[in-house]
Ligand binder design. Sequence first.
Ligand SMILES: [Zn+2]
Length: 310
Amino acid sequence: MLTNTSNKKISIKAKEKKTKTHIFSGKSSHLNSYEAKISKIENSCDINHRFVFMHNGQCLASVNSEVILFFKATDIKNKINSNNYIFLGEFNNNLIFTYELNRKELASLEKTGNFFDLRVLAVNLSIIESNFAAKATILIDWHKNNGFCSKCASKMRQNLHGQARKCINNKCEYQIFPKLNPAIIVLVTNQSHCLLGRQKNWPHKQFSTIAGFVEPAESLEDTVEREVFEETNIKVNSIRYHSSQPWPFPSSLMLGFTAVAISNTIKLNDNELEEAGWFSREDLSSGLIRLPPTLSISRALINGWIKGEY
Ligand SMILES: [Zn+2]
């Protein structure tokens, strides 16, 4: 049983920088800088190491879902029969790791919180906490889905403290690194209106900006033009980069843009959307439609336009 629960969370919120960074974002820690420190944990369970626990794609957090529970390394000593810890980064001189608990290990944990989906947690977490949770989600999902070597079909094992996987066949030793799926998301404007669409499986009146995955050999601008035309028949120019947001469901990177329409007639060319339309600022403020959640880059794009930033 784990008994020391008093010091499991780190005071992160007070230290967080005030930036325009979207939820889930964070600067990746350069593994080489931490190599010597990390090697200690596998032998000594250094007191300054902390763990974010995951199970079935969900993250262990306080019952009210307001903070991630960071377990001290000494708390989990002898509770986990593995060294497959995945390095996430550093905060306040604490090296942060994640680990996917199996059922037996889960049963040995004292009931101190609940496992939550990241979409639920993201509403309350600080940006840096959300970044650790997002990175944990992406890396654990990637390790689960890359069990075998694509060159020789042998098993692969975790390498570089979870930042890579390597084939166990000593004649192969193929090494792979996590892949992200880039996707564009764009707010298209036409003078006093913006273009929003609704997918079939979304709640009634729920609309969002146009989005889609980048295809092989496309520039981001190509993707913006293609996706907007495929989904709505609208042609655009004046494509401008806005910002980006990691989207760990499971491993996307959303690249946000604004663009100006040079045509006006909407037609749902690829039927990916159930409906699309032009909306004024008054429409968006009046509750005529439901906007995307505040944590999303889509909402940030819309809010920027409502404020007249572009
Ligand atoms: Zn191999």
